[in-house]
Design a binder for this molecule. Structure first.
Ligand code: HEC
Length: 680
């Protein structure tokens, strides 16, 4: 009796048993629901769990087990992992955390000190979305382009490699993936600089480079790296290789153990406009494509290009999910993707042939996808700039994790309905006339139709996960975590986290109990650049604390209080006399130095960074200089702009004050400027 009591005590307080390691066999195992071992849980990237302790019948009993505060975090757009009772996740500037899933106790924290080394890349500090696990290590890509392996048990760095050049805008926000003892990583940055995209595979044990595959052709005078580049070069005109070309692989990388391949989702072109990039036309391979590579060598196998002659900042970097679907009575090994462009593609992953391509939301750039040629049938008016382009550059589906349930056979897609003004390829202005039409929709990829959809709040919401308990969990911008019936979309459960949720949930099992965890906290571009769409929530990452929340059946913990929402109020400061000529200089700096990327396109902040119209700092030259030029808040996510001249700094102060006055006087919101190129 006594002995069992002591044993129970030890079990209750013992530190979690760190696993000696799961490898690819475990990551491929769809049936074992104990862990969430990879970004999409398993290699299929379905964000689906076979666990069914929590079900559509009992989810009303789901309650908070514990919460962990994450102070000084500005970005929570991330998907955690759970391995043998330890939750691992990265937030902010690639800071990795390990937390005991039973108690909520922080076990270790690793800070790669990105602010010290990122240089100008730090201006793109929107935060990481995920990490990877393999055997006894955790892998994280950092904003400045390092790939770092950590000991899962201690958080100690084991190795680190620089995967991109240090002096350009290339940066990592996506999760690495690990297969066959190799860890693979890409990067982003082609929206802001002259980047040529690639992925690199490293030895998971020691970080030794094994292979690299470029997504677009380089300098023809130097010869082609491989046959796929030779093939791609024939689809480009002009000398865009001088400008990088783009095609960065910054999010979707899916390993397929059945064919021993990786599928990559490639990004938009650089420059953005097709004609600026490739004056005599051409498809511009491998921009906005899904590309299959042989996993051990990185050799090209097949590709499918979603957007030939890529325009409008469309890309194919959204999640790629694999499954076996019963189509026309036959089991087909497929992959599925809903890229920005508003179509849902089902592709035979054996050979890359398109099976179906259907609109999942309002789309104007193309009428349909021709199933014989596999190419889109475009609306001619759109390239000519005579018609609005829907979806907008935000995409009908963006980086929020989606999910696929092998049980219902449905995809669960968080969608955003928005369009671009009729300015063709120039990316001049982004209009959001339908600002309230975000939805969570269940889509049947075999019947090729929507099964149900629920309206979600506002413009920016988190990602989803689906379980065999017939539940879809979805974190929302208004601060709620919801559970819907996966079959009908009926809302069954809701929890108010008192802070907008940008990340996606996971579920796993410890000691025979099923848990659900999510980061409650704001982040991503919707919380930063697109502040005019999200400021109404009143989330402020300096005021509201990011938290890791964990739920269990009959959890009774009460969430600690969170400050109420606070909508930024512009300061009057009548003593500051605005000089319009100086303000014009400031507006130029604002739009070209990425201030807009974090503090809001039109200086309405979404909450990830403070709203400067409401800040007293721009009233003081000294305080403003300390922060903007001398980097006083660098460690907290505010980059240092040490090359700004006195006149530029003063201009910024005047522009900030001018926008504050305009707001106070009720002036209309100015149009959104063109996307900047990262300037030094
Ligand atoms: C990568 C995102 C990012 C970019 C780009 C950025 N900022 Fe910031 N900024 C922040 C964050 C985050 C904070 C708040 C840091 C903290 O928690 O104290 C901040 C704080 C500030 C503050 C202090 C405000 C206050 O009330 O304390 C000023 C002023 C400021 N930024 C100005 C600028 C200007 C001007 C630019 C462009 C030249 C710029 N920022 C670019 C993220 C950014």
């Amino acid at each position: 009796m006594r002995k069992t009591f002591i044993l129970a005590l030890i079990a209750a307080f013992a530190p979690p048993a760190f696993s000696a390691g799961y490898d690819g066999k475990a990551i491929a195992n769809e049936q074992d629901g104990r862990n969430w071992l990879a970004y999409g849980r398993t290699y299929s990237e379905q964000h689906a769990s076979p666990l069914k302790q929590i079900t559509s019948e009992n989810v009303q009993r789901l309650g908070l087990a514990w919460s962990l505060d994450l102070p000084n975090v500005h970005n929570g757009l991330t998907v955690p992992l759970a391995v043998d009772g330890v939750i691992y996740f990265t937030v902010d500037q690639s800071k990795v955390h390990a937390v005991d899933a039973k108690s909520g106790k922080l076990l270790w924290r690793f800070d790669p000190e990105v602010w010290k080394v990122a240089g100008d890349k730090y201006r793109l500090s929107w935060g990481p979305r995920g990490i990877a696990y393999w055997k006894d290590k955790i892998y994280v890509g950092t904003l400045d382009g390092r790939l770092i392996a950590l000991a899962a048990k201690t958080g100690k760095q084991i190795w680190s490699v620089q995967t991109v050049p240090k002096d350009d805008s290339s940066n990592i926000t996506g999760a690495p993936r690990v297969f066959n003892g190799k860890v693979i990583i890409g990067h982003g940055g082609a929206d802001f600089g002259q980047i040529r995209g690639y992925v690199t595979a490293y030895d998971a044990e020691n970080g030794k480079q094994l292979w690299r595959w470029w997504a677009v052709p380089g300098d023809p005078a130097k010869g082609f790296e491989n046959k796929s580049m030779e093939m791609a070069a024939k689809t480009w005109t002009g000398d865009t290789w001088k400008q990088g070309g783009g095609g960065t692989i910054w999010n979707a990388i899916t390993f397929d153990p059945e064919f021993n391949r990786v599928y990559l989702g490639t990004g938009n072109g650089q420059p953005h406009g097709w004609r600026q990039r490739s004056p005599q036309g051409g498809d511009n391979l491998f921009l906005s494509s899904i590309v299959a590579l042989e996993a051990d060598t990185g050799e090209y196998v097949w590709h499918y290009q979603n957007d030939p002659g890529n325009d409008w900042d469309y890309n194919s970097t959204m999640d790629i999910t694999t499954a076996t679907l019963n189509i026309d009575g036959k089991p087909r090994k497929v992959l599925m993707q809903a890229p920005k462009n508003g179509f849902l593609y089902v592709i035979d992953r054996e050979n890359g042939k398109l099976i179906s391509g259907d609109k999942i939301d309002y789309v104007t750039w193309a009428e349909r996808i021709d199933l014989v040629t596999g190419r889109p049938v475009e609306n001619a008016d759109v390239r000519a700039g005579r018609r609005e382009v829907w979806p907008s550059a935000t995409g009908a589906h963006t980086v929020m994790a989606w999910a696929f349930s092998p049980q219902t056979g449905y995809l669960y897609i968080p969608t955003i309905r928005s369009g671009n003004g009729a300015r063709g390829a120039q990316m001049q202005r982004v209009d959001f006339p339908d600002r309230d039409s975000t939805r969570l929709q269940a889509w049947d990829p075999v019947a090729k139709k929507e099964v149900w959809s629920v309206k979600t709040p506002g413009f920016w919401n988190g990602g989803v996960a689906v379980t065999a308990g017939n539940l879809v969990f979805h974190g929302l911008g208004d601060g709620h975590l919801k559970a819907y019936d996966a079959r009908t979309g009926k809302e069954l459960w809701s929890f108010d986290a008192h802070f907008g949720i940008a990340g996606a949930p996971i579920t796993y099992e410890v000691g025979g109990r099923q848990y659900v965890s999510i980061i409650a906290g704001w982040g991503g571009t919707g919380a930063a650049a697109s502040g005019q769409m999200t400021a109404e929530y009143g989330w402020q990452s300096r005021v509201h604390v990011h938290r890791l929340l964990t739920f269990v059946l009959d959890g009774k913990t009460v969430l600690p209080p969170q400050a109420p929402p606070m909508i930024a109020k512009a300061l009057e400061a009548p003593e500051f006399a605005v000089d319009p000529a100086k303000a014009r200089i400031g507006a130029g700096v604002w739009n070209s130095s990425m201030c807009l990327g974090c503090h809001g396109f039109v200086m309405i902040a979404g909450g990830m960074a403070p709203d400067l119209r409401a800040s007293p700092v721009p009233l003081s030259r000294d305080a403003f200089t300390e922060i903007v030029r001398n980097g006083a808040l660098q460690q907290l996510g505010m980059p240092k702009y040490d090359k700004l001249t006195d006149a530029q700094l003063e201009g910024l102060q005047h522009y900030i004050r001018q926008r504050a006055r305009e707001t106070l006087s009720g002036a209309p919101t100015p149009p959104i400027p063109a996307l900047p190129v990262l300037q030094r």
